[in-house]
Structures are given as structure tokens and as C-alpha cells.
Design a protein around this ligand. Structure first.
Ligand SMILES: [Zn+2]
Length: 616
């Protein structure tokens, strides 16, 4: 029998108090219904049939179990799945199952009667056409306009909308899969992948390293492959593959740099799949196959830090995984730090500091918005009663990054890198909690480490609100040069007289982002005429400029803004733009008008954000 959560926490506290025992191993994942304390999944065999006209996957999931407590029931996570039949091992006789009460944003528990000796449970099911993880694109939503496209986004708790499973980051399993689709299309997964289409449209996949459910991934479309290096390559629609190959040319160098920092890459291949523009995130670190937004194809390789980020997840996140979503900073904060280190190795400290300082500005913005004493500014979060995505990314990414940077400065690069390398090695293919990490770092770095700076307040950083006093503050010399030019403009120098020679995307982002909110329309116009911001193809500069355009009601940019909102579905851009528009009466009307046209083209992750913004 399971103890209710409250009692289990109480037991943990008692143990901690009296026996100094660490309870991280039994930390309950509040975002899963699964009875993972009793039985776990160790392997999955998937047989999936992709039905484009019906926007539906029909499949069988065969789950191999390790029954820890000889329980006679298996409880899985499911959300919108239609379960047709459940059988056990080699016996084709259907067994009883029960779909429990539906809980908004969580789905419902699927309870299956098993016996203590059951090894494999086979579940035949269909997905809902509105499954949250899946986006079914019509041909006109792709670059080629000829074929439909399907992709999944399982993180955080959406895997349960396309595979019945224990949908928690704390359970890992290997998987094999067979996918049947239209022979005009190529299917790919977070596994060993084909490089070309085959005539029967049947593809086989194998993932030999154990992964949690949120890293299960599938994409099907008119996709081609081109190699980048020995173990890396690009998948994309034929229309954009050349552009993608050019943009990601440094990927082999990034892999080398990452391995030099924190040890061997453990996943075999590292390929990148460029998705259509409605992909809701910048990238998703699906093992062996990063999913990426096409909005980073800037034409000048200036936005590839995103690839460094997703690659870094091959260590922080995919190898050492947050046990629950409360500890997501262990995935994202570590990865952001690692991303900046890869960028530093490849392009130098000055370049990496610009990216880090933009992150720091975002963090300060988030702290000011939430309030420095808000519990949501802690690294170790308490998401009880909330969706895992109800977190502020600047806190988990950038405060987490800053913590690690502060450790690096305090203990020296050499010592801190050694510590991190050992950490990744020691906990490879395992999970980690904030409590466990605090204890581990106290014993393995703080106690034995030679400090070069002030003491690092480990517990204050992880469990405290706001920003500790010893926080490292990034200071980019390049941005100081940009500040001089911006100030000159604001004091009356003409835009064309500014010295912008050699500026990269990040110089321009900083130039625009720090512009005041009270400029005249003449000044906005002058900048736009001189630098053609409204007409640029670079998504990051364009986004920064649109925010300024909305702040100043600079209408010349609005047709381009509307076009951007109708063609891009990346939540990082789309949600803040609607939010900025919604702050003014005229803007809100415009936002609602555009959103009516745009919503059907967005992934559920994106429209769920925007629905909330525009409802207010
Ligand atoms: Zn990430």
C-alpha cells in the first residue's frame, strides 16, 4: 500500500532529523500517477502506425516490468488515449484495466491488473487527434507544401498523450520501435535512425541507452539527411537542408569541445532535425536527435548557441536527470552553463560573455517581475498543484547558470571542471535531486576544494529566494562599446554616424534591448531606416525590435510583426509579443485579430501560453 504523500514527507523529515538519512531516492513525483515505488518499466517495444488523415497514431506499447514489491497492479500515466485491449506476456486473453478520474493538465491513471510474475504488459491504443504532444501539420504548413508533417514534444508531461507509460523523469528504460507511415515520408525517433526513405514506409528504431519518457520523440515528414561529420548530421525538409548544413557546420567542433570539458559523448550519434516553424521551442534535446526550430537559421551561424545548449543536455539532463520537475534547474541551469563554456571554447570569452550577459539581463528582469522574495525565484522549486511548465525559465536556466559560474570563479576553472566531470561520470544514467546535489557538492567540492574567492553559499543558492550576495556578475566589454554608441544616438548623434562595424547578432540585440521606452517615433524611424530592423531575417534581432516597436506604437513595423506571428510558432517569441500587445487597448484588439488566424498553426504548448495571455 502507498502512504499518502503528506505522511511520506513526514517520514522523510523524521528520518532526516533523527538518522540524517537522505530521502532523495524516494522523492515522490507529484506529476505522475504511476506506482513507481512498487513496479518500474525497464524496456519498451513500440509498434506505431501513423495515420495522417485521421491525425492519429494507432499502436501497441509492450512494457517490460521489474516488479519491485510483487504488486498485483500497474498504474500508468495516460492522457486522452483510447485503450483497446491489454494483455500480459504471451497470453492473448484480455485483462482488466481501469481508466481513473481525469485531472486537468495531468490526464488520468491507467490501472492494469497484473500478477507478481508478469514480465510484459501489452497495451493496444489510439491517440486522440488533439494529443498535446503531437502536432500534425498540413502540407501548407511545411516548407515543401506537398506532404504533411508530424512531430512530438514529450517534455514535460506530454509523453502520456502518445504512449501509455510511467511519465516521470525518474524512471529510465531502453526502447525498440517499429513505425509504419506513408512511403513518401521518413520517420525518425530519439534512437538509431535511418538516413533515407524506404519504399514500404516501415522503419525500425533502437535506443540502447536507458532514457526517461520525456525524451521519447518521433517525427515524420518529407525529410532528407546530410552528414556534418563522422558522428553528426542534419535532417531537414529538402527546401532548407542546404541552409541547415551551412548553419550547423561547427557541430563536430562543438562535440569535441564538449567532450574535452566533461568527458566522452555517450549516445553514439548526434544529429539535428530542423522542424517546420511551428515547433514551439528553440530546441529539444531528444537523445541522438536534437529537434530544432528553423528560426535559428540566421544565415550567418550567429544563433548556434542553441545547438551548443541541446548538445550539452547530452550530459546534463539526458545523462544526469532531474528526478522530478521541481529540480529542473539541475537540467537547465547546468546545461546553460555548459552551453556558455562550449561557446567560449569555440568562439572565445568575449563572445560567450555577450550571450551570458543577455541571460543575466533576462534573469534580473524575471527577479524584478516576480519579486526577490518570491518562492518562484528558488532553484529548488515546489510545484505542488502546478503544471511543470509553470516555472520561470530565466530562474531555472540563468540563476542556475550563475550559481555554477560563481562556483567556477570561487574554486577556479580547473578544479570546478574536475568536479563536474566526476559528477557526470558518477551519476550517468541516474537521477538527481536538489537535496542530493547540495549534499554531494558540500562533500566533494566545498570541503576538499581550494577556494580562490568568497565562500559559496550552497544552500542559500539552491533553497533561497532572490540572488545571493556573492553572485558573479557578467560584464561584457563588447556590450560596453555598444552602450557608448547607443548613448551617442540618444544624445543626438545620427544613426548613420554610429560605429557598428563588426557587430554580431548579440551586439545588435543588446543595442535594441536597452533602448529606453520613451523614444520619439522619429528616433524609431531613424534607427529603422539606418539599420533596416523591420526587414531583417534574423529572428532574435527582429523579436527585440518588435518588442520596442510595440512599446512605442511604431506602426511601420506592424505588418512585419503580423507576418512573423502568423509564420513562427516558437513560444519564446510569440508569447511575449502577444503579451506586449495585450498591454494596450489597440494592441490587444490587434493581438486577438491576429491570434484568430494564427492559433491553428501553433503547437498546443504555444497556444496554451497565448490562450492564458489573451484571456486576461
Ligand atoms: Zn535546455
Amino acid at each position: 500500500m502507498l502512504y499518502p504523500v503528506k505522511f511520506r514527507i513526514l517520514f522523510c523529515l523524521l528520518f532526516l532529523t533523527f538518522f540524517l538519512t537522505n530521502c532523495h531516492a524516494s522523492k515522490k513525483d507529484i506529476h505522475s500517477f504511476a506506482n513507481m515505488d512498487e513496479v518500474i518499466i525497464t524496456h519498451m517495444d513500440l509498434d506505431l502506425d501513423i495515420n495522417f488523415p485521421a491525425n492519429q497514431i494507432r499502436g501497441t506499447a509492450s512494457l517490460t516490468l521489474d516488479n519491485l514489491t510483487a504488486t498485483d497492479s500497474l498504474i500508468l500515466d495516460s492522457w486522452g488515449l483510447e485503450i483497446a485491449k491489454v494483455t500480459l506476456d504471451d497470453d492473448d486473453t484480455p485483462v482488466k484495466f481501469l481508466l481513473g478520474k481525469f485531472k486537468k493538465d495531468f490526464g488520468q491513471p491507467l490501472k492494469i491488473e497484473i500478477s507478481p510474475s508478469t514480465k510484459i504488459v501489452h497495451i493496444q491504443y489510439k491517440t486522440s487527434p488533439t494529443a498535446e504532444a503531437l502536432q500534425w501539420l498540413k502540407p501548407e504548413q511545411t516548407s515543401g507544401k506537398k506532404y504533411p508533417f508530424l512531430f512530438s514534444q514529450s517534455q514535460s508531461i506530454y509523453a502520456r498523450t502518445w504512449v501509455p507509460s510511467m511519465d516521470t523523469p525518474s524512471i529510465r528504460f531502453t526502447y525498440n520501435s517499429t513505425v509504419k507511415t506513408d512511403p513518401n515520408l521518413l520517420a525518425l525517433m530519439s534512437a538509431s535512425n535511418p538516413t533515407e526513405k524506404n519504399e514500404n514506409g516501415i522503419y525500425h528504431f533502437k535506443m540502447e541507452q536507458p532514457i526517461p519518457t520525456y525524451l521519447l520523440a518521433l517525427a515524420v515528414g518529407d525529410i532528407e539527411f546530410q552528414p556534418l561529420g563522422e558522428i553528426s548530421g542534419v535532417y531537414a525538409e529538402p527546401e532548407i537542408i542546404e541552409k541547415a548544413v551551412y548553419e550547423f557546420a561547427d557541430t563536430p567542433k562543438m562535440i569535441k569541445a564538449a567532450e574535452k570539458l566533461y568527458g566522452p559523448y555517450k549516445w553514439g550519434r548526434y544529429d539535428i532535425l530542423v522542424l517546420p516553424p511551428s515547433f514551439p521551442y528553440g530546441g529539444m534535446e531528444n537523445p541522438r536527435l536534437t529537434f530544432a526550430t528553423p528560426t535559428i537559421l540566421a544565415g550567418d551561424r550567429s544563433l548556434v548557441s542553441l545547438v551548443a545548449h541541446e548538445l550539452a543536455h547530452s550530459w546534463s539532463g539526458n545523462l544526469v536527470t532531474n528526478a522530478t520537475w521541481d529540480d529542473i534547474w539541475l537540467n537547465e541551469g547546468f546545461t546553460t552553463y555548459f552551453e556558455y563554456r562550449i561557446m567560449e571554447e569555440l568562439y572565445g570569452r568575449d563572445y560567450a560573455t555577450m550571450i551570458e550577459q543577455i541571460g543575466y539581463q533576462n534573469l534580473k528582469g524575471a527577479l524584478n517581475e516576480l519579486g526577490y522574495d518570491s518562492p518562484d525565484t528558488k532553484l529548488a522549486l515546489d510545484l505542488t498543484g502546478r503544471h511543470p511548465e509553470d516555472t520561470n525559465s530565466s530562474i531555472v536556466y540563468e540563476k542556475g547558470e550563475l550559481f555554477l559560474r560563481t562556483l567556477e570563479v570561487t574554486y577556479g576553472k580547473e578544479q570546478f571542471d574536475k568536479f563536474l566531470k566526476t559528477y557526470f561520470d558518477s551519476f550517468a544514467f541516474k537521477t538527481m535531486t536538489s537535496d542530493h546535489f547540495a549534499k554531494y557538492i558540500t562533500e566533494n567540492l566545498v570541503k576538499d576544494g581550494k577556494r580562490t574567492g568568497k565562500a559559496v553559499l550552497i544552500y542559500e543558492w539552491i533553497f533561497g529566494t532572490g540572488l545571493p550576495d556573492n553572485a558573479y556578475i557578467p560584464d561584457s566589454p563588447e556590450f560596453r562599446k555598444v552602450d557608448v554608441q547607443r548613448e551617442a544616438f540618444l544624445k543626438g548623434a545620427s544613426a548613420t554616424s554610429l560605429n557598428t562595424e563588426g557587430w554580431t547578432t548579440h551586439h545588435w540585440m543588446h543595442f535594441i534591448r536597452v533602448l529606453p521606452t520613451n523614444m520619439s517615433l522619429e528616433q524609431m524611424n531613424e534607427l529603422d531606416s539606418a539599420f533596416k530592423f523591420t526587414r531583417l531575417g534574423n529572428s532574435e534581432i527582429l523579436f527585440a525590435w518588435f518588442i520596442k516597436a510595440i512599446e512605442h506604437n511604431y506602426r511601420e513595423a506592424y505588418p512585419a510583426l503580423e507576418h512573423f506571428l502568423l509564420s513562427v510558432g516558437r513560444a519564446k517569441f510569440v508569447a511575449p509579443l502577444y503579451a506586449a500587445l495585450a498591454k494596450t487597448k489597440d494592441g490587444k484588439e490587434m493581438a486577438i485579430r491576429i491570434y484568430k488566424k494564427a492559433r491553428h498553426g501553433y503547437h498546443p504548448v504555444t497556444y496554451n501560453y497565448v490562450d492564458k495571455i489573451l484571456e486576461q
